[in-house]
Write a protein of this length. Structure first.
Length: 376
Protein backbone atom coordinates (compact mmCIF):
# COMPACT_ATOMS: atom_id res chain seq x y z
CA UNK A 1 0.00 0.00 0.00
CA UNK A 2 1.38 3.44 -0.90
CA UNK A 3 2.88 5.32 2.05
CA UNK A 4 0.42 8.17 2.73
CA UNK A 5 -1.09 9.74 5.85
CA UNK A 6 -4.51 8.17 6.28
CA UNK A 7 -6.21 10.14 9.06
CA UNK A 8 -7.23 7.86 11.95
CA UNK A 9 -6.42 4.60 10.15
CA UNK A 10 -6.57 1.48 12.30
CA UNK A 11 -2.93 0.75 11.58
CA UNK A 12 -1.61 4.26 12.18
CA UNK A 13 1.71 4.21 13.95
CA UNK A 14 2.59 0.61 13.11
CA UNK A 15 5.77 -0.17 11.19
CA UNK A 16 5.27 -0.87 7.52
CA UNK A 17 5.86 -4.61 7.93
CA UNK A 18 3.27 -4.88 10.67
CA UNK A 19 0.76 -2.87 8.70
CA UNK A 20 1.15 -5.33 5.86
CA UNK A 21 0.72 -8.23 8.24
CA UNK A 22 -2.37 -6.77 9.90
CA UNK A 23 -4.73 -9.68 9.50
CA UNK A 24 -8.42 -9.88 8.74
CA UNK A 25 -8.90 -11.65 12.10
CA UNK A 26 -7.25 -8.71 13.90
CA UNK A 27 -9.41 -6.16 12.08
CA UNK A 28 -12.57 -8.07 12.94
CA UNK A 29 -11.56 -8.35 16.58
CA UNK A 30 -10.90 -4.63 16.83
CA UNK A 31 -14.15 -3.74 15.07
CA UNK A 32 -16.01 -6.00 17.50
CA UNK A 33 -14.43 -4.19 20.44
CA UNK A 34 -15.33 -0.78 19.02
CA UNK A 35 -18.85 -1.97 18.28
CA UNK A 36 -19.42 -2.78 21.93
CA UNK A 37 -18.60 0.81 22.89
CA UNK A 38 -20.46 2.67 20.13
CA UNK A 39 -24.07 2.56 18.90
CA UNK A 40 -24.78 0.70 15.70
CA UNK A 41 -26.48 2.72 12.99
CA UNK A 42 -26.15 5.18 10.17
CA UNK A 43 -24.93 8.02 12.37
CA UNK A 44 -22.23 5.92 14.06
CA UNK A 45 -18.60 5.62 13.15
CA UNK A 46 -17.52 4.06 9.88
CA UNK A 47 -16.93 0.31 9.89
CA UNK A 48 -13.53 -1.02 8.97
CA UNK A 49 -12.80 -3.05 5.86
CA UNK A 50 -13.02 -6.75 6.61
CA UNK A 51 -11.37 -8.03 3.46
CA UNK A 52 -8.06 -9.87 3.68
CA UNK A 53 -4.82 -8.94 1.99
CA UNK A 54 -3.05 -5.68 1.32
CA UNK A 55 -4.86 -4.77 -1.89
CA UNK A 56 -3.99 -1.85 -4.14
CA UNK A 57 -4.81 1.81 -4.06
CA UNK A 58 -6.78 3.94 -6.47
CA UNK A 59 -5.80 7.53 -5.83
CA UNK A 60 -8.31 10.33 -6.30
CA UNK A 61 -6.65 13.78 -6.25
CA UNK A 62 -7.33 15.47 -2.94
CA UNK A 63 -8.84 12.34 -1.40
CA UNK A 64 -7.70 9.67 1.00
CA UNK A 65 -6.50 6.50 -0.75
CA UNK A 66 -8.99 3.66 -0.99
CA UNK A 67 -8.01 0.08 -0.30
CA UNK A 68 -9.66 -2.01 -3.00
CA UNK A 69 -9.18 -5.45 -1.49
CA UNK A 70 -12.46 -7.32 -1.35
CA UNK A 71 -14.41 -5.00 -3.65
CA UNK A 72 -14.57 -7.71 -6.29
CA UNK A 73 -16.00 -10.25 -3.85
CA UNK A 74 -19.64 -11.10 -4.47
CA UNK A 75 -20.37 -11.76 -0.80
CA UNK A 76 -20.37 -9.17 1.96
CA UNK A 77 -19.32 -10.88 5.18
CA UNK A 78 -20.81 -10.51 8.67
CA UNK A 79 -24.32 -9.47 9.74
CA UNK A 80 -26.48 -7.58 7.21
CA UNK A 81 -25.13 -4.06 6.81
CA UNK A 82 -27.76 -1.43 7.55
CA UNK A 83 -27.95 1.41 5.02
CA UNK A 84 -30.23 4.32 4.26
CA UNK A 85 -30.98 5.34 0.69
CA UNK A 86 -32.46 8.75 -0.14
CA UNK A 87 -34.89 8.73 -3.06
CA UNK A 88 -38.16 10.09 -4.35
CA UNK A 89 -40.78 7.34 -4.14
CA UNK A 90 -42.92 9.13 -6.77
CA UNK A 91 -40.13 9.13 -9.35
CA UNK A 92 -40.59 6.26 -11.77
CA UNK A 93 -36.91 6.31 -12.67
CA UNK A 94 -35.80 5.18 -9.18
CA UNK A 95 -37.79 1.94 -9.32
CA UNK A 96 -34.62 -0.20 -9.23
CA UNK A 97 -34.24 0.61 -5.53
CA UNK A 98 -37.76 -0.60 -4.77
CA UNK A 99 -37.24 -3.74 -6.85
CA UNK A 100 -34.00 -4.46 -4.99
CA UNK A 101 -35.80 -4.21 -1.66
CA UNK A 102 -39.03 -6.03 -2.52
CA UNK A 103 -37.43 -8.87 -4.46
CA UNK A 104 -34.70 -9.64 -1.93
CA UNK A 105 -31.77 -8.36 -3.97
CA UNK A 106 -30.46 -6.16 -1.18
CA UNK A 107 -30.78 -9.11 1.21
CA UNK A 108 -28.98 -11.37 -1.25
CA UNK A 109 -26.03 -8.97 -1.08
CA UNK A 110 -26.21 -8.92 2.74
CA UNK A 111 -27.69 -5.42 2.96
CA UNK A 112 -30.55 -4.21 5.15
CA UNK A 113 -31.79 -1.07 3.41
CA UNK A 114 -34.24 1.56 4.57
CA UNK A 115 -35.53 4.35 2.35
CA UNK A 116 -35.63 8.05 3.11
CA UNK A 117 -38.29 9.65 0.89
CA UNK A 118 -36.58 12.96 0.22
CA UNK A 119 -38.57 15.95 -0.99
CA UNK A 120 -36.00 18.73 -0.56
CA UNK A 121 -33.68 20.37 -3.07
CA UNK A 122 -30.88 18.51 -4.80
CA UNK A 123 -28.32 20.47 -2.77
CA UNK A 124 -30.01 19.32 0.43
CA UNK A 125 -30.12 15.72 -0.80
CA UNK A 126 -26.43 15.67 -1.67
CA UNK A 127 -25.58 17.31 1.65
CA UNK A 128 -27.63 14.64 3.45
CA UNK A 129 -25.58 11.93 1.74
CA UNK A 130 -22.25 13.69 2.22
CA UNK A 131 -22.85 14.24 5.94
CA UNK A 132 -24.08 10.73 6.72
CA UNK A 133 -27.81 11.38 7.15
CA UNK A 134 -28.14 8.93 4.26
CA UNK A 135 -25.60 6.51 2.83
CA UNK A 136 -26.55 6.81 -0.82
CA UNK A 137 -29.14 8.23 -3.18
CA UNK A 138 -30.64 7.80 -6.61
CA UNK A 139 -31.32 10.71 -8.93
CA UNK A 140 -30.76 12.21 -12.35
CA UNK A 141 -27.26 13.09 -13.52
CA UNK A 142 -28.43 16.23 -15.28
CA UNK A 143 -29.88 17.57 -12.04
CA UNK A 144 -26.96 16.50 -9.84
CA UNK A 145 -23.91 17.62 -11.83
CA UNK A 146 -24.33 21.35 -11.20
CA UNK A 147 -24.69 21.00 -7.39
CA UNK A 148 -21.76 18.56 -7.37
CA UNK A 149 -19.55 21.47 -8.45
CA UNK A 150 -19.81 22.61 -4.83
CA UNK A 151 -17.66 19.68 -3.79
CA UNK A 152 -20.08 17.41 -1.91
CA UNK A 153 -18.33 14.28 -0.67
CA UNK A 154 -20.31 11.75 -2.70
CA UNK A 155 -19.24 9.40 -5.48
CA UNK A 156 -21.27 8.23 -8.47
CA UNK A 157 -20.72 4.49 -8.84
CA UNK A 158 -23.12 3.41 -11.61
CA UNK A 159 -25.69 4.59 -14.06
CA UNK A 160 -29.08 2.95 -13.65
CA UNK A 161 -30.90 3.57 -16.95
CA UNK A 162 -31.70 6.08 -19.67
CA UNK A 163 -34.79 7.23 -21.53
CA UNK A 164 -37.10 8.88 -19.00
CA UNK A 165 -36.87 12.50 -20.23
CA UNK A 166 -39.34 13.57 -22.94
CA UNK A 167 -39.99 16.68 -25.05
CA UNK A 168 -43.61 16.89 -26.19
CA UNK A 169 -45.15 19.41 -28.59
CA UNK A 170 -48.72 20.60 -29.05
CA UNK A 171 -50.54 19.04 -31.98
CA UNK A 172 -52.94 22.00 -32.03
CA UNK A 173 -50.01 24.38 -32.47
CA UNK A 174 -48.33 22.12 -35.07
CA UNK A 175 -45.25 21.55 -32.94
CA UNK A 176 -43.88 18.31 -34.33
CA UNK A 177 -40.14 18.95 -34.74
CA UNK A 178 -37.26 20.78 -33.14
CA UNK A 179 -37.34 23.37 -35.90
CA UNK A 180 -40.99 24.16 -35.14
CA UNK A 181 -39.93 25.19 -31.62
CA UNK A 182 -38.08 28.32 -32.79
CA UNK A 183 -39.68 31.33 -31.17
CA UNK A 184 -41.96 29.15 -29.02
CA UNK A 185 -42.32 28.57 -25.27
CA UNK A 186 -41.52 25.29 -23.52
CA UNK A 187 -43.04 24.43 -20.16
CA UNK A 188 -40.73 23.01 -17.47
CA UNK A 189 -41.16 22.14 -13.80
CA UNK A 190 -38.14 24.17 -12.65
CA UNK A 191 -35.27 26.11 -14.13
CA UNK A 192 -32.70 23.52 -13.02
CA UNK A 193 -34.72 20.51 -14.13
CA UNK A 194 -32.90 17.67 -15.89
CA UNK A 195 -35.42 18.05 -18.73
CA UNK A 196 -34.46 21.67 -19.30
CA UNK A 197 -30.76 20.85 -19.00
CA UNK A 198 -30.95 17.95 -21.42
CA UNK A 199 -33.05 19.67 -24.08
CA UNK A 200 -30.94 22.82 -23.84
CA UNK A 201 -28.01 20.60 -24.79
CA UNK A 202 -30.05 18.84 -27.48
CA UNK A 203 -31.35 22.05 -29.05
CA UNK A 204 -27.88 23.58 -29.08
CA UNK A 205 -26.46 20.54 -30.86
CA UNK A 206 -29.19 20.94 -33.50
CA UNK A 207 -28.36 24.59 -34.09
CA UNK A 208 -31.12 26.17 -32.00
CA UNK A 209 -30.00 28.61 -29.30
CA UNK A 210 -31.69 27.40 -26.08
CA UNK A 211 -31.46 30.83 -24.46
CA UNK A 212 -32.39 33.10 -27.38
CA UNK A 213 -34.62 31.09 -29.72
CA UNK A 214 -36.94 29.40 -27.23
CA UNK A 215 -38.52 30.56 -23.97
CA UNK A 216 -38.62 28.36 -20.87
CA UNK A 217 -41.66 28.87 -18.62
CA UNK A 218 -41.99 27.26 -15.21
CA UNK A 219 -45.14 25.54 -13.90
CA UNK A 220 -45.88 22.87 -11.31
CA UNK A 221 -45.11 19.55 -12.98
CA UNK A 222 -48.69 18.28 -12.93
CA UNK A 223 -49.92 21.47 -14.66
CA UNK A 224 -47.57 21.38 -17.64
CA UNK A 225 -50.05 19.66 -19.98
CA UNK A 226 -52.74 22.16 -18.93
CA UNK A 227 -50.41 25.02 -19.82
CA UNK A 228 -50.07 23.51 -23.30
CA UNK A 229 -53.85 23.10 -23.59
CA UNK A 230 -54.35 26.79 -22.68
CA UNK A 231 -51.76 27.88 -25.25
CA UNK A 232 -49.47 29.43 -22.65
CA UNK A 233 -46.67 27.19 -23.91
CA UNK A 234 -46.42 25.19 -27.11
CA UNK A 235 -44.35 22.31 -25.74
CA UNK A 236 -43.28 20.73 -22.45
CA UNK A 237 -40.19 18.93 -21.20
CA UNK A 238 -40.43 16.67 -18.16
CA UNK A 239 -39.38 13.30 -16.74
CA UNK A 240 -41.60 10.23 -16.66
CA UNK A 241 -44.15 9.11 -15.69
CA UNK A 242 -46.23 12.28 -16.40
CA UNK A 243 -45.13 12.92 -20.01
CA UNK A 244 -45.66 9.28 -20.90
CA UNK A 245 -49.28 9.49 -19.74
CA UNK A 246 -49.85 12.83 -21.48
CA UNK A 247 -48.46 11.44 -24.72
CA UNK A 248 -50.90 8.56 -24.45
CA UNK A 249 -53.83 11.02 -24.31
CA UNK A 250 -53.16 11.96 -27.93
CA UNK A 251 -52.92 15.77 -27.80
CA UNK A 252 -49.14 15.92 -27.91
CA UNK A 253 -46.37 14.86 -30.30
CA UNK A 254 -43.19 13.29 -28.98
CA UNK A 255 -40.44 15.41 -30.48
CA UNK A 256 -37.49 13.74 -28.78
CA UNK A 257 -36.34 11.79 -25.71
CA UNK A 258 -32.96 11.61 -24.05
CA UNK A 259 -32.24 8.48 -26.07
CA UNK A 260 -32.26 10.35 -29.37
CA UNK A 261 -29.26 10.12 -31.70
CA UNK A 262 -25.87 10.17 -29.98
CA UNK A 263 -27.54 9.89 -26.57
CA UNK A 264 -28.95 6.40 -27.21
CA UNK A 265 -26.49 4.77 -24.82
CA UNK A 266 -26.32 7.53 -22.21
CA UNK A 267 -27.49 6.97 -18.66
CA UNK A 268 -29.70 9.52 -16.93
CA UNK A 269 -30.49 8.05 -13.50
CA UNK A 270 -27.44 7.41 -11.31
CA UNK A 271 -26.45 5.96 -7.93
CA UNK A 272 -24.28 8.11 -5.67
CA UNK A 273 -22.71 6.88 -2.41
CA UNK A 274 -21.34 8.76 0.58
CA UNK A 275 -17.64 9.35 0.03
CA UNK A 276 -16.66 8.35 3.55
CA UNK A 277 -18.45 5.01 3.08
CA UNK A 278 -16.52 4.27 -0.12
CA UNK A 279 -13.27 4.95 1.72
CA UNK A 280 -13.97 3.01 4.92
CA UNK A 281 -16.18 0.19 3.61
CA UNK A 282 -15.56 -0.29 -0.09
CA UNK A 283 -17.09 -3.80 -0.10
CA UNK A 284 -20.34 -2.30 1.22
CA UNK A 285 -20.32 0.31 -1.56
CA UNK A 286 -19.66 -2.47 -4.07
CA UNK A 287 -22.51 -4.60 -2.69
CA UNK A 288 -24.92 -1.67 -2.92
CA UNK A 289 -23.81 -0.88 -6.47
CA UNK A 290 -24.22 -4.50 -7.55
CA UNK A 291 -27.67 -4.63 -5.95
CA UNK A 292 -28.92 -1.60 -7.86
CA UNK A 293 -27.44 -2.86 -11.14
CA UNK A 294 -29.01 -6.30 -10.64
CA UNK A 295 -32.36 -4.73 -9.80
CA UNK A 296 -32.20 -2.48 -12.86
CA UNK A 297 -31.55 -5.56 -14.98
CA UNK A 298 -34.65 -7.12 -13.45
CA UNK A 299 -36.69 -4.04 -14.40
CA UNK A 300 -35.53 -4.58 -17.98
CA UNK A 301 -36.35 -8.28 -17.99
CA UNK A 302 -39.64 -8.04 -16.08
CA UNK A 303 -41.11 -4.54 -16.48
CA UNK A 304 -44.57 -5.70 -15.40
CA UNK A 305 -43.21 -6.77 -12.03
CA UNK A 306 -41.36 -3.47 -11.68
CA UNK A 307 -44.56 -1.61 -12.53
CA UNK A 308 -46.47 -3.52 -9.87
CA UNK A 309 -43.81 -2.67 -7.29
CA UNK A 310 -43.81 1.02 -8.29
CA UNK A 311 -47.60 1.07 -7.97
CA UNK A 312 -47.24 -0.36 -4.48
CA UNK A 313 -45.07 2.61 -3.54
CA UNK A 314 -47.75 5.06 -4.67
CA UNK A 315 -46.89 5.36 -8.35
CA UNK A 316 -49.74 6.54 -10.53
CA UNK A 317 -51.01 4.75 -13.60
CA UNK A 318 -52.08 1.24 -14.46
CA UNK A 319 -49.57 -1.56 -14.18
CA UNK A 320 -49.96 -2.19 -17.92
CA UNK A 321 -49.16 1.43 -18.82
CA UNK A 322 -46.26 1.60 -16.41
CA UNK A 323 -44.81 -1.63 -17.78
CA UNK A 324 -44.98 -0.22 -21.31
CA UNK A 325 -43.29 2.95 -20.10
CA UNK A 326 -40.47 0.93 -18.48
CA UNK A 327 -39.96 -0.98 -21.73
CA UNK A 328 -39.22 2.36 -23.43
CA UNK A 329 -36.35 3.01 -20.99
CA UNK A 330 -32.94 1.36 -21.02
CA UNK A 331 -32.82 -0.37 -17.63
CA UNK A 332 -30.40 -2.91 -19.09
CA UNK A 333 -27.84 -0.11 -19.48
CA UNK A 334 -25.94 0.70 -16.28
CA UNK A 335 -22.41 1.91 -17.06
CA UNK A 336 -19.62 1.71 -14.49
CA UNK A 337 -15.90 2.45 -14.48
CA UNK A 338 -14.37 4.15 -17.51
CA UNK A 339 -17.67 4.11 -19.41
CA UNK A 340 -19.45 5.95 -16.60
CA UNK A 341 -16.62 8.45 -16.23
CA UNK A 342 -16.71 9.17 -19.97
CA UNK A 343 -20.44 9.85 -19.86
CA UNK A 344 -20.06 12.21 -16.91
CA UNK A 345 -17.26 14.01 -18.74
CA UNK A 346 -19.42 14.42 -21.85
CA UNK A 347 -22.36 15.74 -19.84
CA UNK A 348 -20.05 18.22 -18.13
CA UNK A 349 -18.69 19.48 -21.45
CA UNK A 350 -22.22 19.82 -22.81
CA UNK A 351 -23.53 21.62 -19.74
CA UNK A 352 -20.61 24.04 -19.99
CA UNK A 353 -21.59 24.77 -23.58
CA UNK A 354 -25.10 25.85 -22.48
CA UNK A 355 -23.81 27.86 -19.48
CA UNK A 356 -24.97 25.50 -16.72
CA UNK A 357 -21.55 24.29 -15.56
CA UNK A 358 -18.97 26.98 -14.88
CA UNK A 359 -16.55 27.77 -17.70
CA UNK A 360 -13.65 27.30 -15.30
CA UNK A 361 -14.56 23.68 -14.54
CA UNK A 362 -12.25 21.12 -16.10
CA UNK A 363 -14.56 18.31 -17.33
CA UNK A 364 -11.93 15.56 -17.07
CA UNK A 365 -10.88 16.49 -13.52
CA UNK A 366 -14.50 16.99 -12.48
CA UNK A 367 -15.56 13.58 -13.82
CA UNK A 368 -12.58 11.96 -12.07
CA UNK A 369 -13.57 13.59 -8.78
CA UNK A 370 -17.26 12.69 -8.76
CA UNK A 371 -17.15 9.09 -10.05
CA UNK A 372 -15.69 5.96 -8.48
CA UNK A 373 -15.20 2.45 -9.80
CA UNK A 374 -16.06 0.28 -6.78
CA UNK A 375 -16.26 -3.01 -8.69
CA UNK A 376 -12.69 -3.52 -9.93
Amino acid sequence: MEKRKIGSNLTKGLPEAKRRAFSRRSVLALVGTLGAAAPFGIFGGARALTASGAGSLSYIPGELPICRTGASSEELQGPPRQLKIAWNANAACTVAAAVAKERGIFAKHNLDVDFVNFGGTTDQLLEAIATGKADAGLGLALRWLKPLEQGFDVRITTGVHGGCIRLLGSKAANIDSLESLRGKAIGISDQASPAKNFFSIFLAKKGIDPTQEVEWRQYPANLLALAVDKGEVQALAEIDPLPYFWLKEGKLNEIATNLAGEFADRTCCILAIRGSLTRSELPVAAALTRSIMEAAGRVASDPADAAAIYSGYGGRGSVEDLATMYRSHTHHNHPVGASLKKQLLLYTEELKAVNVIKRSTDPAKFAERIYLDVLS
